[in-house]
Ligand binder design. Structure first.
Ligand code: ST9
Ligand code: ZN
Ligand code: ZN
Length: 330
């Protein structure tokens, strides 16, 4: 077993009232600023192109593409996914474990393969999302509907509350990491190399695929599926599923999202205990990301893994979970 830290000091099952207070404050009309939706057409065009090109990639999967190219695309999908789950999400945004330099470099490269904004920007939006979930200050506020929380939020200017409340969220620790600074500085060239060039070269070099098929299947289609699976955590997993840990919040346990998002669909658990490196109470179950972090802990590259004790989880379920409505079922 990797070395574990139980109940991160000061974080034991935080009281939800402070979060509720913050939300009440935001709901007050006098502080919520006037908002006018401004579409960013550049992003609309790019996203529309990516999605159409991905459909063409899907067509190639069933026609000219080699089956090995599809397998390679799947593997690179998981690798890029780890750059989001084990990297931007659990390591940088939540600091749920620590990683030595070589692992941080690897995760940064994997993260570039996912083209989901640089680690600093991703983590900043994500920390703001946790602190102000389901309010105007949440960058992908799920109360604005499925489309907005899925992709719409990337196609319009942010709500002024995101900037206003976001300023209060400290992200200075992220820029203290030279790996994060390096990625932010050279983000677009790094994306060109790791998200488009290398995934295209891999099937070409390994088994003589054409660059055309390799680009549309392992480059574009892989990326678009990855983006949509990630976005489902913000949309579907904020709408549909069970709420065993906290029935007062929208994030839910969603099995489909868990499978597609390599272990990130236990979203009711995650919003209740965001500092748990497993992002679930079930350890490695349906959780490639946790398996990966455990492997890294075995070779000493990941350490100080934080988890929540079974007892704290159980008490929380009794107190605020859906089952607390039916005490006889405990
Ligand atoms: C993408 C991201 O896809 C996906 C994130 C998903 C998160 C999911 C989380 C779920 C849990 C984990 C599950 C993982 C599952 C993985 C599965 C894997 C198999 N706080 O943004 P700007 C300030 S990206 C504080 O330009 P606009 C700040 O000063 C896809 N301050 O606002 C900033 O300047 P700077 C590719 C903030 O102009 C300034 O405002 N990318 C905050 O309204 C301007 O910021 C895209 O498609 C904050 N939160 O533009 C679009 N935010 O940065 C990329 C901002 O210099 N984005 N500030 O400090 C854009 O084009 C623009 O951001 C925009 C808004 C048009 C959306
Ligand atoms: Zn969430
Ligand atoms: Zn999170």
């Amino acid at each position: 077993m990797p070395p574990l830290i139980k109940n991160c000091p000061g974080e034991e099952d935080k009281d939800i009232t402070s979060v509720v207070d913050a939300k009440d404050h935001l709901q007050d009309k006098s502080v919520t600023q006037e908002y006018k939706r401004q579409i960013v057409w550049r992003n609309v065009v790019i996203m529309a192109y990516f999605h159409l090109a991905a459909l063409y990639g899907l067509y190639l999967v069933f026609t000219e593409g080699q089956w090995k190219t599809t397998v390679a695309a799947f593997i690179m999908y998981w690798i890029a996914g780890l750059g989001i789950t084990a990297g931007a999400h659990r390591l940088w945004a939540h600091k749920s474990y620590k990683a030595k330099f070589p692992l941080r470099m690897i995760l940064m490269i994997f993260n570039c393969m996912a083209f989901e904004n640089d680690i600093y920007e991703w983590s900043r939006d994500h920390r703001v999302h946790h602190k102000y979930s389901e309010t105007d200050a949440d960058p992908h506020n799920a109360l604005r509907g499925f489309f907005f929380s899925h992709v719409g939020w990337l196609l319009v200017k942010k709500h002024p509350e995101v900037f206003r409340q976001g300023k209060k969220v400290d992200c200075s620790d992220l820029l203290q990491d030279p790996v994060v600074r390096f990625q932010r500085r050279y983000y677009l060239p790094l994306v060109a190399i790791f998200c488009f060039l290398i995934p295209t070269l891999v099937p070409m070099v390994l088994f003589g695929e054409t660059w055309w098929n390799a680009f549309f299947i392992a480059g574009i289609l892989r990326l678009v599926v990855l983006l949509n699976m990630t976005w489902l955590v913000n949309s579907a997993a904020h709408m549909w599923g069970n709420r065993p840990y906290d029935k007062h919040i929208n994030p839910s346990e969603n099995l489909l999202v868990t499978v597609g998002a390599i272990g990130e669909g236990f979203h009711n658990y995650h919003h209740t205990f965001p500092w748990d490196y497993r992002a679930s109470e079930f350890g490695v179950k349906i959780n490639i990301s946790t398996i990966f972090i455990n492997l890294m802990a075995k070779i000493g590259w990941a350490y100080d893994l934080k988890i929540v004790s079974e007892d704290v989880i159980y008490q929380r379920k009794l107190r605020t979970g859906e089952l607390s409505d039916h005490p006889h079922q405990h």
